[in-house]
Design a protein. Sequence first.
Length: 343
Amino acid sequence: MIYQNRYLYKMVLVTGGTGLVGSHLLLHLIENGENVRAIYRDINKIQKTKSVFELYKKADLFERINWVEADILDVPSLEIAFIDIEYVYHCAALISFDPKDENALRKTNIEGTANMVNFSIAKEIKKFCFVSSIAALGDLAPHETYITEETDWNPEKPHSDYAISKYGAEMEVWRGVQEGLDIIIINPGVILGPIPKTKNCDQGSAELYVKVANGLPFYTLGNTGFIAISDVVKISYELIKSDIKNERFTLIADNIVFRDILNTIADVLKVKRPSIHANSLFMNFLWIADALFSTLFFQKRRLTKATAKASYSKNLYSNEKIKTALGTVFLDVHQYIKEVSKL
């Protein structure tokens, strides 16, 4: 049921409620007794959130969500969404590594976040949690090994448009701090969620699962930080409820080689493991070929320079700050993949 005019008690506002993080966060909040409101742009996408609740056998809890039609780029609609709100989780974002989406990325991720921050200041929100990304963390100096929350962002180094947009969004959140807003920023690594039931998913970890299921032949030996979606929402909630404020936290369970993640997914899905090593030279050839193909045939990019580079880069991220702050014990990512395969 869609509620648009029920403002009976103080509530928690979630943006991006039809996405991976937002939908799981809504479930976690309701399970913890919170009154929640979520905004939507397309009513048909609400079914995605409902399917998440059904997946975990919690369909009855879905009816407790207070849905309001709004857009983070539409200021008048946010006026309605913010009525009687105490806390905000800003999960909405555009995720794309296609250079053609540069303007859309900056508008949605930076301008949209600025709007959310402005309303949170005006409405005296108690705490604002922004879901950023490890893409917005800094760049390692020659003497450094692990990327941390304190690693400096080097504007002279190449960054994807997505990374730049998330970094710019964080700057808007920090501006909010200067204007009196209490905030938390989380920087998750690659977020692994449930294994999709359909083979037409094209984003995030769902795309990873689908590619392996469809017989992905290649693997790379780059690595990055991975984390289970259940850890992301649990930690976000704990941080908002804590006395911690005006801090950012890197959220990864572990730094894992892409080959190892792909092998675990393949084993769980009972399909052949990727067997061909795609080195940096091969990956760079592929993104160039993809760029030419997409230009000639007006197709959406499947592989960009940024994603190709990420596939063989060996970035190590530290999760010591969140472990010290909350005593967090992360789920083992490989075990998590095995568990969600049973859902």
